[in-house]
Design a protein around this ligand. Structure first.
Ligand SMILES: NC(=O)c1ccc[n+]([C@@H]2O[C@H](COP(=O)([O-])OP(=O)(O)OC[C@H]3O[C@@H](n4cnc5c(N)ncnc54)[C@H](O)[C@@H]3O)[C@@H](O)[C@H]2O)c1
Length: 348
């Protein structure tokens, strides 16, 4: 099986690529490296550096390969940035998906797996929240994911491909130190950065209606997220799943203060914090019901909170992944259409 992984050099994408490889699936990555790092990719994995909104680049890619499916992770994910720049987020997240779905449709590719998010629920009507519960995203980022699910369903209904949207909850941890999350905004990397810089961690909101007043989330290990992709890809391929939306979470909540305590325990030293006002678009309590993905794909989270935090805090002796410097990945050659001038210059 050969699958295209968009955003495969990103934090979650690189774990998905590694898990696909381990399962005997052949991944090809397209990534513009805007937030990704080529050095996260294993040896021999072809990397096409392109923006997924570039229809010409995608057409060439789909001409060169016959993909069994596409895993579409490439997107922006910063909630605060999405509030400040809504049109950028609608543009990048939805134009990117539309462009991928156009390529899938015209190439007759049979399966699409989409990175959705718990952000589609906003403040859930109940916790643990089920896939059939109402969606009411409270920020632009979450709305781009919900509209993405609708776009996917509509395109699949017309073109006839199978699809699955995975609603990840709060992804954290690392399968290996060089794969960890360098993103600035997710809680665990923020806490680790504060500890490394010797300053207090910022806690946004201490007056939520939760047991300790701080926001509660469902943290799930990125390796478990990657495993869910492999299972969903295989199920799509075998027609066991056709059009499905699945939560991917552990079904257990942890508050920000509990996460601070877990990080402090992993580092072996206290982590002071300073309390700030709540951020716009941050719900109080978001915890998954993972019953459906367990029943359909046999998936369950294998890593607990301790494993999540200690893997995220593990030292990388090789240093952080170098942006844009491929350590092992193979940049794919894609000649594409060339202008007359380019041909003339090349002949000189
Ligand atoms: N991290 C989380 O907790 C979380 C939770 C829910 C959903 N998600 C979703 O999972 C996906 C991956 O998130 P991540 O945490 O790995 O983020 P990330 O920023 O590490 O990865 C995104 C990758 O996509 C690439 N990319 C972005 N825009 C692109 C474009 N237009 N063309 C080509 N490549 C592009 C980036 O270079 C990067 O490699 C995103 O869709 C995100 O919304 C993440």
């Amino acid at each position: 099986m050969r699958w295209l992984v968009t955003g495969g050099a990103g934090y979650i994408g690189a774990h998905v690529v590694a898990a696909l490889g381990a399962a005997g699936v052949d991944p090809v990555v397209v990534d513009d490296l805007s937030t990704g790092h080529a050095g996260r990719l294993p040896a021999g994995v072809p990397l096409v550096r392109a923006d997924v909104r570039d229809g010409t680049a995608l057409a060439g890619l789909f001409r060169r390969h016959r993909f069994d499916g596409v895993i579409h992770l490439a997107a922006r994910k910063d909630v605060a940035e999405s509030t400040a720049h809504p049109l950028r987020y609608y543009g990048e997240n939805l134009d990117g998906l539309r462009s991928i779905l156009a390529a899938v449709t015209s190439s007759g590719t049979s399966s699409v797996l989409f990175s959705s998010s718990a952000a589609v629920y906003g403040t859930p009507s109940r916790c643990p929240v089920r896939e059939s519960d109402p969606t009411a995203p409270e920020n632009v980022y979450g709305r781009t994911k919900l509209i993405g699910e609708w776009m996917l369903r509509d395109a699949a209904g017309s073109a006839g491909f199978g699809w699955c949207a995975l609603r990840y909850f709060n992804v954290a941890g690392a399968g290996a130190p060089h794969l960890r999350d360098h993103g600035g905004t997710n809680l665990v990397p923020r806490l680790l950065r504060a500890a490394a810089e010797g300053r207090p961690a910022t806690v946004y909101g201490t007056d939520y209606p939760t047991p300790d007043g701080t926001a509660v989330r469902d943290y799930v290990h990125v390796a478990d997220i990657a495993d869910a992709h492999v299972r969903a890809a295989v199920a799509l391929r075998h027609g066991e799943v056709r059009d499905e939306i699945l939560n991917v979470g552990r079904g257990e909540g942890a508050s920000v203060l509990q996460m601070i305590a877990a990080v402090a325990a992993a580092l072996g030293r206290p982590l002071p914090y300073s309390a700030q006002h709540r951020r716009a678009g941050d719900p109080a309590d978001v915890v998954a019901s993972p019953a459906r993905i367990r029943d359909l794909l046999g998936w369950r989270a294998r890593h607990d909170l301790h494993a999540i935090v200690t893997s995220a805090a593990a030292e990388d002796r090789a240093g952080p992944a170098q942006k844009d410097v491929p350590r092992t990945a193979v940049p794919e050659q894609h000649p594409g259409p060339r202008s007359k001038n380019q041909i003339k210059n090349a002949q000189r």
